[in-house]
Design a protein around this ligand. Structure first.
Ligand code: SAH
Length: 221
């Protein structure tokens, strides 16, 4: 067996063990080589349903959580997406799969060394032309390329930032893990005209967003 078929098989088995998910999300999880987006010492664990450390302040989420994030974002080809919290770029690659053809992913990472890792890994896996990695504070979104059809926050936040909502396209969807360091809920905001609708989703646990400000949706805790 070649290295290629081995990981494809491992990815397929991983998807089979996860709770049911939409077909496009399953296909993306089968296509993106998770072992290329984790540190070398964890390659053998890449297809387990577990989070893995990328750095002292960064973690690649467990695949079942990633599947939930992707399902929740309701992605389709052609969409322009902003992610906050790139890590090594795994979710960005999955987002790119789901918006291909015609879409694009912008992903903001506050840690320059993680951003460098992500750029190299996304290039090596042929996502470079569909994903733009930006070093910066994603709390401010990424005004230069707004509006975005989807905004996916990959780190826990105490509040939904006003800038994210402002940078959302009409009928766009924003999702973020909102809560304290230990427990958050996936919150989905759908832009509807001049207003919007918040929905509270499942409990989750993400690495905290570094920096804090006053947003427009606060968790009770
Ligand atoms: N999406 C990644 C997981 C990232 S974990 C993956 O698929 O593997 C959350 C990331 O958010 C960390 O890499 C952390 O450095 C980054 N982060 C924290 N605060 C941030 C901020 N204000 N702006 C951008 N990135 C931030």
């Amino acid at each position: 067996m070649t290295e290629g078929t081995e990981w494809t098989q491992a990815a397929r088995e991983m998807v089979d063990r996860l709770p049911p998910m939409p077909a496009n999300v399953a296909r993306a999880l089968e296509r993106v080589p998770r072992h290329r987006f984790v540190p070398d010492e964890f390659v053998s664990e890449a297809y387990h349903d577990e989070p893995l450390p990328l750095s002292p302040d960064s973690t690649i989420s467990a695949p079942h959580m990633v599947a939930l994030q992707l399902e929740y974002a309701n992605l389709r080809p052609g969409l322009k997406v902003l992610e906050v919290g790139t890590g090594f770029g795994y979710l960005a690659a999955l987002l790119a799969e789901l918006v291909t053809p015609g879409g694009h992913v912008y992903t903001v990472e506050i840690d320059p060394s993680l951003a460098r890792e992500a750029i190299a890994r996304l290039a090596a896996t042929e996502y470079a032309d569909r994903v733009t990695v930006v070093v910066g504070d994603g709390r401010k979104g990424f005004a230069r390329h707004a509006p975005f059809d989807r905004i996916v926050i990959s780190c826990a936040t105490h509040a939904i930032e006003r800038d994210w909502v402002i940078q959302l396209a009409p009928h766009g969807i924003l999702e973020a893990p909102v809560g304290d360091r230990w427990e958050q809920h996936l919150i989905r905001y759908r832009a509807e005209g001049t207003h919007g609708r918040f929905e509270k989703g499942p409990a989750c646990r993400f690495v905290p967003l570094r920096s804090r400000s006053h947003g427009i949706y606060r968790s009770a805790n």
